[in-house]
Design a binder for this molecule. Structure first.
Ligand SMILES: [Zn+2]
Length: 173
């Protein structure tokens, strides 16, 4: 498995609507495995394909916290929220493409998600708590939406400027 480099906002590839995956291939399975590896290494609890520069509808996640049980890596091709609760919840979110910036985002507290798994099988599951927040955050990425898009413009611009500065520093090495 190979670690992929994670794009940092702002980047046009993070703003694209990603293409559905019609059929699985070894290449896509390898990408999913690499993404899981990259996510655990970061460390993070979710990663979407556009964050590694691939504009396909693929996300990976694992919201089991260290010491709270066995890891539960999920690979979702073409994930879709098919139902959501009226009740909402607020979590402080972060993003591997927006390092060290966190903000509270309100989303539906429970969602039902349908997806195709690593073996090409259709899956459906209800998520709540951190899992619900995380899966919605990652699916947003597939539509070019970042968590900072839910913030007030001023806050969003401030974070974007910080990221531009970070990228300039990284480019200089
Ligand atoms: Zn993210």
């Amino acid at each position: 498995m190979t670690l992929r480099s994670i794009l940092i906002h702002p980047d046009p590839r993070l703003k694209k609507v990603c293409d559905p995956v019609p059929d699985l291939s070894d290449e896509l399975r390898t990408l999913a495995d690499d993404m899981l590896q990259t996510m655990y290494d970061a460390p993070g609890i979710g990663l979407a394909a556009p964050q590694v520069g691939v504009t396909r509808r693929l996300i990976v996640l694992d919201c089991v916290r260290d010491g709270e049980g066995e890891p539960r890596p999920l690979v979702m091709f073409n994930p879709e929220v098919i139902a959501e609760s009226e009740e909402s919840s607020v979590y402080e979110e972060g993003c591997l493409s927006i390092p060290e910036q966190y903000a509270e985002v309100e989303r539906p507290a429970e969602v039902t998600v349908r997806w195709m798994d690593r073996n090409g099988m259709e899956q459906q599951e209800d998520f709540d708590g951190l899992w619900a927040t995380c899966v919605q955050h990652e699916i947003d990425h597939l539509d070019g939406v970042l968590f900072i898009d839910y913030l007030k413009p001023l806050r969003r611009q401030m974070i974007t400027r910080k990221m531009q500065k970070l990228k300039r520093e990284m480019a200089r090495g």
